[in-house]
Design a protein around this ligand. Structure first.
Ligand SMILES: [Cu+2]
Length: 139
């Protein structure tokens, strides 16, 4: 009996830690509708998020084939996509289900990239990532 309880506990604990990544349907795509790659723009910059083959849902709500947008600003996709994405000035979460934002970027070149992730902020498997664009913000 004791062994059984122990085994059950181990199974529960490993389940809690080995979070299965949410599968993405094949053909799912995120992309930046605007601005266009190479665009010269003035701040504030309206960034519009495009999504194909999946739906947007607020963070914390579980629906199949959904997630929420994350905008990577002047940074690369994190190497480890098995854990929740951090939230900072370079990785902005849109956990309310927003599909656009306005950025007050400083003049100069900036890169933007979208990364979709599930209700727990963990990218899907395979990850749904947009092409990275570079824009120039005019003074
Ligand atoms: Cu998130």
């Amino acid at each position: 009996m004791r062994t059984l309880i122990f085994t059950a506990l181990v199974a529960l604990v490993s389940l809690a830690f080995a979070q299965e990544r949410t599968p993405a349907p094949s053909g799912a795509e995120v992309y930046i509708i605007s601005p266009k790659n190479g665009a010269h723009v003035h701040a504030p910059v309206l960034v519009q998020f495009g999504l194909k083959g999946m739906g947007v849902a607020p963070a914390g709500l579980k629906f199949d084939n959904t997630g929420h947008h994350h905008l990577l600003i002047d940074t690369d996709v994190p190497a480890d996509l098995s854990t929740p994405l951090p939230a900072n000035e370079h990785i902005v979460h849109f956990g309310k289900g927003q599909t656009e934002t306005t950025l007050n970027l400083t003049p100069g070149k900036h890169t933007l990239q979208l990364l979709f992730a599930d209700m727990n902020h963990i990218p899907h498997n395979p990850p749904v990532i947009s092409p990275k664009i570079t824009i120039t913000v005019l003074p």
